[in-house]
Every structure is written in structure tokens, then in C-alpha cells.
Design a protein around this ligand. Structure first.
Ligand code: FAD
Length: 383
């Protein structure tokens, strides 16, 4: 694996860094308090190509590599995890899955709009009663002529209030467990689908997270993504790549924590000297920097495997597990450097810690990542 970035990769990372400095950083405190990022950010992300980085050019994307995707995701995560999540879900979980599993008509229908930011995607797997145990979901899709009629509900759906299309997972037959699950591309303006925005989140407050309720929603059979009964495999393939994206976002959080902690340690004086001169403070920033570098390398390793067409799922779980725990540690250490000021939301580190906290929970909790890694090592499944 070559750790030296190419010219184009460096340029795209700089583009993302400039975008964050111009469009995101000045607004994060306000968006966090308002519990909503400015929706115009979606179109701006699309205009820069960030919503189509790894999608083929013929469908409106940039046809880029996954390391570049991770570089952009890290920069967005460094700026605001709520914005980073918009890209990780609409591109990473939805558009990429349509590109991988969709037929030509589905690709033409959705990909150009998703990559341009003219449409936003959300990923509807989790339900009120099934999170880690997603294969036992209960939303049902019953065949009626040329349609399926879908009933059930989906919980904690990122982009849910804003999305134009939901990649929806529903049970199409009575086979117990994941074998009865199929995937659908459902426009969110379909009659019978209602959305409730979830307020009061600890972090990611700027993100439009919603509960979706489906009451006899009619969806044409042609909207099924991939073969019937393959929905769970489709969801898992999406999440494996999604974990790389979450890991990259976590590197961004940890990097932001490092920059904030080093900056503050140099400015803040106690006992007549900058606190940076105290070895115990140096230990805090040193620990953050080790977490940043280790998380970044694990994440780049996944991107390298994906780009070379190698098996990457276990490496993605490893990177997501480490990077998410590292982001929480890094933000917490940075908050310690800031002292009492770290506890006030005008300073960046409190938000970093709140945003980081969900990373060990979604797209598979840390416990689930350990079970996936353990299964790969031992050949024995705990599920
Ligand atoms: P549970 O599954 O109920 O887990 C509770 C605890 O039990 C955890 O600590 C877990 O690790 C542990 N546990 C469960 N099973 C085991 C086991 N076998 N062994 C050991 N420990 C176990 N979902 C989507 O589909 N789409 C989205 O866009 C999306 N976005 C989200 C955004 C936010 C802000 C949040 C909070 C969640 C989001 N989710 C989304 C849902 C997320 O993926 C789930 O919350 C997550 O999978 C965990 O499920 P759960 O919350 O039901 O917890």
C-alpha cells in the first residue's frame, strides 16, 4: 500500500478542506443549536462532486477511488459530522448500493439526481424493535398484482426527513430471519409514508434523523432492488463499505480534536506558563495524535483493499471499531485540555464529543464489530 497521496487526491482533499472552512466551520455552532444544517448544503455538496465521488461518470459521478472518498469524508467529518453523514448515507449507503445492485432503469432513475444533490437518499433498515438484530425486521411487503404493499416502521433514519428516496428493507416472505428480506427503492412522497423528525439527539443535532411510518404503501414490483430475498445481503454489503466511511469521518473528528487541543494548550496560561508546557497536557495531545494516525491508517487500508478489488469487510469492521472508539477518546482528551471551557458549547470540543458518541453505536455497535471480527478469525458465528 502506497501511503503517498497522488496529485489529484491532494487537490481534492484541499478542495474539501477549503469548502469546510468556507461553508461549514462558520455555521456549525448555529446549526447545532438550530438542530438543522442549512439544507442548501446538499446542492453545494453535489456541485463539488462530493455526492458522486465513487459513482461512474456515465451516471453523473466522478468515477473516483475510495481513498479520495475517505479523504473528503475525513475533511467533512473534521468540519461537521452532520454534514459528513449526509454524504456517507446518500452516496455511501444509497447511491453506491444502487450502482452495485440496481438494473439499468434504476441506475438511470436515481443516480444522476443523487450525485447532483438534486435528490437525497436514506437507508431504512433499523426498526423500533430491531437494531443489531436487523435480520429479524418486521416491516412487511405483500405482493398484490404488479405492486407490493408495505407496512411497518423504520427508526433513527439519517437524512430521513429530507430524503427523496428510501432504500427500504422489508420482509417479502415468511421465511424466518434474514432470508425473507428484500430491498426496495421507495420515493418518500409515496402515499402512506409519513415521517417524524427525531429531536433531542445528544449529537449530530444538525442532521435530519427521522422515524418513517409505512401504512399500506404501494410500491411497484419494478422498484425492488436486486433479487427477491437478497435484501439482507444487500444491506450488509452496503454497511461494510459504510463502515469505511464512518471510520473516515471519525478520523476527521479526532483530527479536529487534535488541532483544537494543541491550539488551546499553546494559548492558555496557568501558573504563569502555557499549559502546553506541562507534561501531563502533552500526554493528552500525544494520545490524541496516536489515535488519529492509527485510525487513519486502518481506514486507508480499507480504501486500498476496496480499490484493489480485495475482500475488505473484516478490515472495515476493524477500522470502524477502532476509529469510532478513538474519536470518542480523542474528543474526551481534547475536552480535558480545554478544562471548564470545553464544557461550553461555544468551544468546538464539546460538540466533537457529542457527535463522536454515536459512532460506536450506528452502522453496527462496537460489540457487533467485535463479533464480526471474531467470526472471521474463528469461523464461528455468534449471531
Ligand atoms: P440494540 O441492538 O438494542 O443494542 C443495545 C446494546 O446491546 C448495544 O450495546 C449492543 O452492542 C448490545 N448488543 C446487541 N446485540 C448484541 C450481541 N449479540 N452481543 C453483544 N452485544 C449486543 N439505522 C438505519 O437503518 N439507517 C440509518 O440511517 C441510521 N442512522 C442512525 C442515526 C443515529 C443518530 C442513530 C442513533 C442510529 C441510526 N441508525 C440507523 C440505527 C443504528 O444503526 C442502530 O441504533 C444500531 O444498529 C444499534 O441498534 P439499537 O439502537 O436497536 O441497539
Amino acid at each position: 500500500m502506497n501511503l503517498e497521496l497522488g496529485e489529484e487526491q491532494t487537490a481534492v482533499r484541499q478542495l474539501a478542506r477549503d469548502f469546510v472552512g468556507r461553508e461549514i466551520t462558520p455555521n456549525v455552532v448555529e446549526w447545532d443549536r438550530a438542530e438543522s444544517v442549512d439544507r442548501s448544503i446538499v446542492k453545494k455538496l453535489g456541485a463539488l462532486g462530493f455526492l458522486g465521488l465513487t459513482i461512474d461518470e456515465e451516471y453523473g459521478g466522478c468515477g473516483g477511488d475510495h481513498l479520495t472518498y475517505c479523504l473528503v469524508t475525513e475533511e467533512l467529518g473534521r468540519g461537521d459530522s452532520s454534514v459528513r453523514g449526509i454524504v456517507s448515507v446518500s452516496l455511501g449507503l444509497v447511491a453506491k448500493t444502487i450502482a452495485a445492485w440496481g438494473n439499468e432503469a434504476q441506475k438511470r432513475q436515481w443516480l444522476p439526481r443523487l450525485t447532483a444533490g438534486d435528490a437525497l437518499g436514506c437507508f431504512g433498515l433499523t426498526e423500533p424493535g430491531t437494531g443489531s438484530d436487523a435480520g429479524n425486521l418486521t416491516t412487511r411487503a405483500v405482493r398484490e398484482g404488479d405492486d407490493y404493499v408495505v407496512s411497518g416502521s423504520k427508526m433513527f433514519i439519517t437524512n430521513g426527513s429530507w430524503a427523496d428516496v428510501v432504500l427500504l428493507f422489508a420482509r417479502t416472505n415468511d421465511t424466518p430471519g434474514h432470508k425473507g428480506v428484500s430491498a426496495f427503492l421507495l420515493p418518500t412522497d409515496t402515499p402512506g409514508l409519513t415521517r417524524r423528525t427525531i429531536h433531542g439527539k445528544l449529537g449530530l443535532r444538525g442532521q435530519a434523523t427521522a422515524e418513517l411510518v409505512l401504512d399500506d404503501v404501494r410500491v411497484p414490483a419494478a422498484a425492488m432492488l436486486g433479487p427477491e430475498g437478497k435484501g439482507f445481503a444487500i444491506a450488509m454489503s452496503a454497511l461494510a463499505k459504510g463502515r469505511m466511511s464512518v471510520a473516515a469521518g471519525c478520523v476527521g473528528i479526532a483530527q479536529a480534536a487534535l488541532e483544537a487541543a494543541v491550539g488551546y494548550a499553546g494559548e492558555r496560561e496557568q501558573f504563569g506558563k502555557p499549559i502546553a508546557s506541562y507534561q501531563l497536557v502533552q500526554e493528552l495531545v500525544s494520545d490524541i495524535s496516536v489515535d488519529v494516525s492509527a485510525a487513519r491508517l486502518l481506514t486507508w487500508q480499507v480504501a486500498d483493499l476496496v480499490d484493489r478489488g480485495k475482500d475488505f469487510a473484516t478490515a472495515a469492521s476493524r477500522a470502524k471499531l477502532f476509529a469510532s472508539e478513538a474519536a470518542v477518546r480523542a474528543a474526551n482528551n481534547a475536552l480535558q485540555v480545554f478544562g471548564g471551557y470545553g464544557y461550553i458549547d461555544e468551544y468546538p470540543v464539546g460538540k466533537l464529543l457529542r457527535d463522536a458518541r454515536v459512532m460506536t453505536l450506528y452502522e453496527g455497535t462496537s460489540q457487533i464489530q467485535k463479533l464480526i471480527i471474531g467470526r472471521a478469525l474463528t469461523g464461528v458465528s455468534a449471531f
